[in-house]
Design a protein around this ligand. Structure first.
Ligand SMILES: Cc1cc2nc3c(=O)[nH]c(=O)nc-3n(C[C@H](O)[C@H](O)[C@H](O)COP(=O)(O)OP(=O)(O)OC[C@H]3O[C@@H](n4cnc5c(N)ncnc54)[C@H](O)[C@@H]3O)c2cc1C
Length: 454
């Protein structure tokens, strides 16, 4: 008889992982601590509860990377996405969901599945034996968080994210910005040019500080402690401490010469650092923020060189338990030090309902393959699932790793370059999504064929 698969956490990722594995004939035990042990954000004991907004974001599978993930999950018979469509509410191009019947349907589907047993209990240790998936999310219980930190080292498990905005490299105006590390530090040319710099004169700096101070900010949720303050002050809080604080912090203009105007000393400099191995994404160094999303885009586009910036993700600071996955997980989402344990969902360093469910879908299928002795071909990197899992388990910079949304910046560039401009971008996104769908369908077909042959 096949070994059981234990899944800890019945949120977006754990629910999806259980569904995928059970449908492959694996016996699943799903351990969920609610309603016995509560989190500050969940309200019910239901599986698949949405903790905040009721949106699965864009459903456009030709022009949007989130919509593409929807498409891929639907093609794989995903429980979360098909249930979301079943309880869809009118919301333009977005997939908004009637949250209560959504979670009730997920709960009923899992509870009545002949291969799934639900156990309402908190798991507080990383087990030595058996096959496990931990999908305990951003609000992983304290005892389990400690057990994970004991295994990984405390420096590789974060309890808050401090996300600086991430910009698509091809939307930065290089006639204003330039590549240079402070004081040209570094042994190689790559290191000496590791940062992208955007200069500001005094007038622009003053206007930028005014905009930061005036911008709409998000409040912390009740129960989220403010212990983040030590290491990573939001930029608007730094600005509140004094108009010159940022000029002496992340925006200091020293050790840099602007090749576009070498004789002019910049009053302040915003630095961006490469965020992925492909070099398609850059994060704005030290710019973690609690500004609302709309305000962020307006304020950051005041930075010379970023006037037309497209953001792969905007900044934030949240209570969020997540692993330094690039150093801890292998490409199969297994803990390198304990391969009987996989992680899935937001704890792996993805962000959002859709991305978390997608990582649950992968983990469920990968674990089922291990347990049934079948070999899965590698998750294709050209698919949205593959681009995301590749990013978190290897493509991202480990030193500065912060949670990531799916976006086209994570995709391998197209073999055939597509022309620039707005029309060109549409063609490029269509080419990415066509390529992804083909790769993903091929991956799913290979699994069906292998299962049929067994
Ligand atoms: C306050 C807040 C607001 C958010 N708002 C949004 C939003 O608007 N949109 C969005 O896309 N994302 C939002 N997120 C992120 C969102 O939570 C995740 O994207 C998504 O729910 C993650 O899915 P998951 O399965 O990884 O974790 P979850 O959905 O949180 O599921 C984890 C499950 O594990 C259980 N669990 C935890 N520890 C244990 C344990 N030791 N033993 C057993 N069970 C355990 C929890 O009870 C929970 O049911 C928000 C997060 C927070 C904290």
């Amino acid at each position: 008889m096949t070994q059981e698969l234990h899944i800890v956490g019945g949120g977006m990722a754990g629910a999806e992982a259980a569904w995928q594995a059970a449908n492959r004939g694996v016996q699943v035990v799903l351990h969920e601590m609610r309603p016995k042990v509560k989190t500050f954000a969940h309200q019910t004991g239901n599986l698949g509860e949405m903790v905040c907004s009721n949106s699965f974001r864009s459903d456009d599978d030709e022009q949007n990377a989130v919509g593409l993930l929807h498409w891929e999950m639907r093609a794989a018979g995903g429980l979360i996405i098909t249930t979301a469509h079943r309880h869809r509410l009118p919301a333009g191009g977005a997939l908004a969901v009637d949250r209560e019947p959504f979670a009730q349907t997920i709960t009923d589907a899992l509870t009545s599945h002949p291969n799934i047993r639900i156990s309402h209990e908190e798991i507080t240790e990383l087990p030595e034996d058996g096959q496990w998936i931990f999908a305990t999310g951003p609000l992983t219980s304290e005892a389990l968080g400690q057990a994970i930190a004991k295994e990984t080292g405390t420096d590789r498990l974060a309890f808050f994210d401090a996300i600086a905005p991430i910009v698509h490299a091809d939307s930065i105006d290089m006639s204003k910005a330039w590549m240079q590390s402070r004081y040209d530090k570094g042994d190689t040319e790559d290191e000496r040019k590791a940062y992208l710099n955007c200069p500001m004169d005094k007038e622009t700096y003053d206007a930028f500080i005014d905009a930061l101070l005036a911008a709409d900010k998000t409040e912390f949720h009740e129960g989220e402690t403010a212990g983040y303050f030590d290491g990573c002050l939001p930029i608007e809080v730094m600005a509140e401490r004094g108009r010159e604080t940022l000029r002496h912090g992340p925006m200091k203009p020293v050790g840099l010469t602007n090749p576009h105007a070498p004789e002019i000393k910049a009053h302040a400099v915003v630095q961006l650092r490469r965020d992925n191995a492909l070099g398609t994404l850059f994060n704005i160094v030290g710019f973690q923020t609690k500004m609302k999303y709309g305000a962020q885009a307006n304020v950051f586009r005041m930075i010379p060189g970023l006037e037309n910036a497209r953001f792969a993700r905007l900044g934030g600071i949240h209570r969020n338990t997540f692993l330094n996955s690039p150093t801890l997980l292998d490409a199969q989402m297994r803990l390198r030090s304990r391969p009987n344990i996989r992680f899935a969902g937001q704890i792996t360093g993805v962000e959002g309902y859709v991305e978390s469910s997608a990582m649950g879908l992968l983990a469920g299928r990968l674990a089922a393959a291990d347990l049934t002795g079948s070999t899965l071909p590698e998750v294709p990197q050209d698919s949205a699932h593959g681009a995301l899992v590749h990013h978190i388990t290897g493509g991202a910079e480990a030193k500065t790793f912060q949670p990531m949304n799916v976006n086209f910046g994570l995709f391998r560039p197209l073999d055939e370059p597509v022309r620039g401009g707005r029309r060109g971008r549409k063609d490029r996104y269509k080419a990415y999504t066509d390529r992804a769908k083909e790769a993903w369908s091929g991956w799913l077909d290979a699994q069906e064929a292998a299962q049929a042959a067994q």
